[in-house]
Design a protein around this ligand. Structure first.
Ligand SMILES: [Zn+2]
Length: 579
């Protein structure tokens, strides 16, 4: 079964209202169902499900789509994986190719976990691991903690892993795909990680996706080496420790974010267990989306230096765009979470109390960060701070920020609002009817018609729709959207809901939720006539341009020869309009 067929099958199998009801409470209002949006924080429901069209849309955050896109979002899955999981739930047959890919991912995860156990065994049992064990001890990490996270040691001898895998009869090429071995030109295999303390990295399901390795030699570069990025190992999505800490996070409703493996383990050892770490990369929206369903309160706990403060600012801005107001723990200069935790080895409770003393509200942190510079260069700081807060769509957050920023900069809230709004309008968002020009209104109307009746695309194309669009008829978002739809249709897309582009989906959802066409046939005729008139008008304009040039050049006879052509076009326009 191909993807497209599977997609249709899956959609036929799951009725969207009852499907979504498994996740949130829906109430019938008119012919729609509404509930609290699971994708952004809200108190009054703006999440709407339309059973007739089998789609959902949130009027708060703009999330929209069908049953598959809902599942993708709520589970944090890629389109393909969501489809496969749903198909499995529905007991449908799955395309062999997609299945083999899935199979291969499972194999990679398996080989990773086997290797994690090999390194772990080596760490605790080989005399050659003495230095690694001593190192853990020097960082005050217990054996129990190290074992919970499957820490291991990769020896410096470069053929260790290859020979271990061979004796365990594990396919070496699989280990190459997993980024654990490299294959030399002579066909021999050698280890990627050498003389490193190994941190296996699990996803939230407990699947081992890759490794981070810290060099033990003082001169070794780089200090940290990660599994190369691959289909399964994506640093921008993985949070270290989440598998072990997620129950603590859920229970407390709070999560601490740190930047490194040792920060994480050190806090864990000290009894602070609702923690996750990014794996040597800046925080991304994917990370935040993973954490949002688990916690209400978010604490950024980065290094107490300028780099840490800058990382906090970046992360803060990322959080705000996701509709979350985090708090920041700003450690004393020179401390990092690990070193700070080490000070309270004997009393974990005191450690937690001490941490809370450095807690700052996000805006307070920002203002303090810029305090000195603000005195020197207020307008630069003003712009930088507002830049940081761009792109926030949550109205409650926005209101609060406006108030705080206005107070801090001693300007009016409307000045702040203007500043904050500016770049957001450049973003692709459904627009209000009143902001559209007459042309854009027509284009929107055509777009709305075609998302509902895509089978009429060929008919409108032969009526000259493409030509009209290429004439630069209008330039707004619906124009781009319509072009995209024609492209997709040409590429053979049957359902636009399948297009994995959030901004596209947002407009699509908006159009699908608009009131339906009462008389479809009439609507189609109106659109065709409109296209005809507009194309004629454009022709006339072009001729008029030419005439102007001829007139200027004094070519009177040629000017006159154009008159019949113009008259006939004008008549055509009039006729078209009359119907
Ligand atoms: Zn929402």
């Amino acid at each position: 079964m191909s993807h497209t067929n599977l997609f249709d099958e899956v959609k036929r199998h799951f009725e969207i209202v009852s499907f979504i009801s498994q996740y949130i409470k829906l109430k019938k209002v008119g012919k729609n169902y509404v509930g609290l949006c699971p994708f952004h924080a809200e108190r009054t429901p703006s999440f709407t499900v339309n059973g007739e069209k089998q789609i959902f849309k949130c009027f708060g955050c703009g999330a929209s789509g069908d049953v598959v896109s809902f599942y993708m979002r709520i589970k944090g899955l890629e389109f393909k994986d969501a489809l496969i999981e749903l198909a499995e739930k529905a007991g449908l047959k799955i395309d062999q190719r997609a299945f083999t890919e899935k199979r291969k991912e499972k194999d990679l995860v398996e080989v990773n976990f086997k290797v994690a156990k090999i390194y772990q065994h080596y760490l605790w049992n080989s005399p050659l691991s003495e230095r690694a064990r001593a190192y853990l001890k020097s960082r005050n990490l217990s054996e129990e903690c190290a074992k919970t996270f499957y820490l291991g040691y990769a020896p410096s001898e470069g053929r260790f892993l290859a020979s271990m895998l061979r004796t365990q009869k594990i396919d070496l090429d699989l280990a190459v795909s997993a980024g654990l071995l490299k294959k030399g030109e002579d066909g021999s295999y050698f280890d990627l990680f050498r003389d490193r303390l190994m941190f296996p990295i699990f996803n939230e399901k407990g699947e081992c996706l890759g490794f981070g390795g810290r060099a033990l030699g003082p001169e070794a570069e780089p200090k940290y080496l990660n599994t190369p990025e691959s289909r399964i190992f994506k640093k921008s999505e993985i949070l270290y420790g989440l598998f072990q800490s997620k129950d603590y996070i859920k229970k407390e409703g709070k999560v601490f974010l740190v930047e490194g493996y040792f920060d994480f383990l050190s806090l864990w050892e000290r009894g602070l267990r609702n923690v996750v770490a990014t794996c040597g990369t800046a925080l991304t929206e994917k990370h935040i989306q993973k954490l949002k369903p688990l916690a209400d309160d978010f604490y950024l706990l980065y290094d107490g230096d300028i780099a840490g403060a800058k990382a906090s600012l970046r992360a803060l801005s990322m959080f705000l765009k996701e509709g979350v107001f985090p708090q920041i723990i700003s450690l004393p200069e020179g401390e990092d979470p690990d070193s700070f935790a080490q000070k309270f080895l004997k009393d974990p409770e005191e450690f937690k109390r001490e941490l809370s003393k450095f807690l700052k509200e996000a805006t307070a942190f920002v203002f303090e960060f810029y305090r000195l510079e603000y005195q020197k260069n207020p307008s630069k700081v003003f712009n930088e701070v507002l830049e940081l807060f761009q792109g926030i769509s949550d109205p409650v957050l926005l209101q609060r920020l406006k108030r705080e920023l206005a107070y801090y900069f001693q300007v009016s809230e409307s000045d702040i609002e203007k500043k904050l709004r500016r770049p957001m309008q450049r973003e692709v968002k459904p627009q209000l009817e009143s902001q559209l020009t007459r042309e854009e209104c027509f284009i929107k109307n055509i777009a709305q018609y075609l998302v509902n009746f895509p089978e009429d695309i060929p008919e409108l194309e032969s009526a000259g729709l493409k030509k009209l669009l290429q004439e630069n008829f209008s330039s707004g978002i619906y124009h781009q959207f319509l072009m995209k739809i024609l492209e997709l249709k040409a590429e053979g897309y049957t359902s636009f809901l399948e297009v994995p582009e959030p901004s596209f989906q947002e407009i699509l959802g908006d159009l699908l939720f608009s009131p339906p066409f009462e008389d479809r046939k009439q609507a189609l005729e109106d659109i065709k006539r409109f296209i005809g008139v507009e194309l004629q008008k454009r022709e006339i304009l072009k001729i008029a341009e030419r005439l102007k040039l001829l007139q200027r050049a004094g070519k009177k006879e040629e000017v006159e020869s154009y008159l019949p052509q113009i008259n006939s076009k004008l008549r055509l326009c009039k006729d078209l309009k009359k119907h």
